[in-house]
Ligand binder design. Sequence first.
Ligand SMILES: [Zn+2]
Ligand SMILES: [Zn+2]
Length: 180
Amino acid sequence: MRRFLRHLLEGVQERLFSDIPEDFHSVETGEPFRTCIDCEQPLTGFYIIEKAFVNGDAIYEYALCDSCSESLGEDISPESKKHVRKFIGFPLKPRNLNRCAKCKTPREEGGEHVIIGGFEEDKMLNLGLPLTLCGSCVDLLNEGMSKATRDRLDEFEREHFPGPPEMEIDLPKRPKPVLI
Ligand SMILES: [Zn+2]
Ligand SMILES: [Zn+2]
């Protein structure tokens, strides 16, 4: 019986976690992310990665550790969190990164989109994540958030992605973390 249980758990574990796909490697280093963008500590335990693409280029990317995403999450209103959960949904099965999780539009090389994943050490968690959101769905998601939440996320963006001014003109609503 115990052996059966262990076998079952191993099976669940295998489905829940997989190797980190190259999609989630850092474009900057070509390697897996090693440190949190906020506290700059090595990534141990759970962390999230978000990357945004425009015209095939990653316009921003970051990994955020659990404790930093928790403290950012504390500044986000419960209404906004509820909105995100309702908007994206969290199915208990792996999603297809090749389509927008919301509108199902195929992810195109040149299209504007973000990908988000949850990770533990050198493994990717397959539970509601990873997911892709197209540019229009990111806009819709942001529009549904409270002003206070948007201000807080704008602050996060200014702090970590100062970027050249022309980017701010082209991309008024991005980059910013969409899932905390
Ligand atoms: Zn951190
Ligand atoms: Zn979409």
